[in-house]
Design a protein around this ligand. Sequence first.
Ligand SMILES: Nc1ncnc2c1ncn2[C@@H]1O[C@H](COP(=O)(O)OP(=O)(O)O)[C@@H](O)[C@H]1O
Ligand SMILES: [Mg+2]
Length: 636
Amino acid sequence: MVANAMGPNLGGGRGMRPGTGAVRRGVDLDRSQRLPKGLVRRVWRQFARPYRGKLLQLLFAISAASALVVAPALLVKRIVDALQRRPADAVGVVTDNALLLVAVAAVTAGLSLWQRYLSSEVGERLIYDLRRQLYDHVARMPLAFFTRTQTGALVSRLNNDVVGAQRALTGTFGTLTANVVQVAFAVGGMLLISWPLTLLTLSVLPLFVVLAKGVGRRLQDLTRESMQLNAEMNTVMTERFNVAGAALVKLFGRQEEETERFGASAARVADVGVRSAVVGRLFFVILAFVGAVGTAAVYLIGGRLALSGALSAGDVVAFAVLVTQAYQPLAALTNAPVEVLTALVSFDRVFEILDLRHPIADADDAVELRNARGEVVFDRVSFAYPSAAHSSLASLEHGLAPVLDATPGPQVISDVSFVADPGQTVALVGPSGAGKSTLLALVSRLYDVSAGSVRIDGHDVRDLTLASLSAAVGVVPQDPHLFHDTVRENLRYAKPDATDAELEAACRAARIHHVIAALRDGYDTVVGERGYRLSGGEKQRLAIARVLLKNPAIVVLDEATAHLDSESEALVQEALATALAGRTSLVIAHRLSTVVHADQILVVADGRIVQRGTSAELLGADGVYAELYRTQFAGT
Ligand SMILES: Nc1ncnc2c1ncn2[C@@H]1O[C@H](COP(=O)(O)OP(=O)(O)O)[C@@H](O)[C@H]1O
Ligand SMILES: [Mg+2]
């Protein structure tokens, strides 16, 4: 969707159509119904001001076009009068006014094009500004935000609400101007012809205003509802149509239920569509009917006045036209406050996101970590995952509750201290759910500690710039993500200017080169969710190669548990030995070879370090490690 068309005489209907976007009843309505103070000023300051020159021109073009709408009525009046009264120069008058009609049409056409250009120019730039800012803002949110929010809702915010906000600025703004100017000129023309008749025709307005207002409100509610329902539908699709979601549906044989569920959403969208179509039409029907009654009244009373000689025939004809031209914009204006509010809802929803804080961001006095040695210290670290209220927005979550839970999660890490000297390999072992992955996520600040501190080379990680921290810490997750792109581009993500030779060297070191070379397209093979499928172990080795290209001082690795027996353990071991040589490495170990070669083993259970030492030391002391060693590593 692009900027709304704004003809000069669209009157009542503009800006009242139910749009598509996203608001959920009960979740967002409370916020959107009462818009925050200063919203308009903020819209102006933050987004409209740069375009004030163009907006001014737009205002002028709209006003001029709207004023011209009443011109034909007055020209026709002169023609009709000339035909009736037949003055000496009747032919000349008719010709002149006919030519003027053409001129008015030509100017109107020109203005209309200019106006459209301006409104789309401003509108599209605004969309661009909003999208860019939103994207950047969202991208800087901490990981906790993405673990909670629904991608569909977020995408909807960046698509539909941004367009809604743009419409608010160019559409509603233009509509208002056009209507005010048109009413002014139409009523002005009517007054010129006959003020008593004018008063008479305007006397039906109060009734009309009441009717139009009621219908307008209803229409606005329906619009909001439809936006919300559309967003819900989006969410269902984005969740179910990605590979993992689709597989789940198949594996559990839930095809029918899913279709039912989607169908129910779609049916509600259809229902609301019908209701808003009828209510919308009701609005026009009332408008048309009142217009017709007004016109009839003009002929009835104006006709008598003309017969008595108080008015000319041309006056009556022109007046009848002007009446409809005044009613239309007046009808639209009765709903202007509602319309403006509706339009501003989108801006509010955009600001709602732009106002989210970035809890994990560079401190004001953040320092650059240069030439990291790679000493990692955990000093009495405790951690609980942040509460929903602290990491997300109700309107972006699936929940039905309008308010998010603010109680933080249970403490997952308790009082953990250890030191990894530069170049050391520290292995973390322990049962699933013990908190090993969580512990390592704290090193690269995917989350911030709740208490204590994580220090690299003596700096609290919260005092370092995020850029230098990410350069110093390379992470190989358990199930690494590859973008839908070639192997080459996925590797270059770590180092955009890497040469092919560098890529190959990294892949050889990670023992993955021979696998890639054997593919038909080699390094140009497209991988990722919809590309060539590497096995879990291959993916991890590719991720190791990616980290090698980045060349960080510290490597954090969550060993793949998948495909353990199918892959040569020696190969992985070699890859690791090369990858980790000369770097500090924190490894969640599932392989015996990794554990026995570690300088230090930390046994984690229930968020605490329960044992530490080398493999030999720990085997000597009968405990959790010895137990794990027997059950977990014995077979491999
Ligand atoms: N994103 C998250 N939000 C809330 N709790 C989480 C999250 N990730 C993990 N947890 C919880 O933290 C605990 C430790 O998980 P994790 O660090 O993944 O354990 P491990 O890697 O040792 O198997 C578990 O109880 C898990 O349910
Ligand atoms: Mg884990």
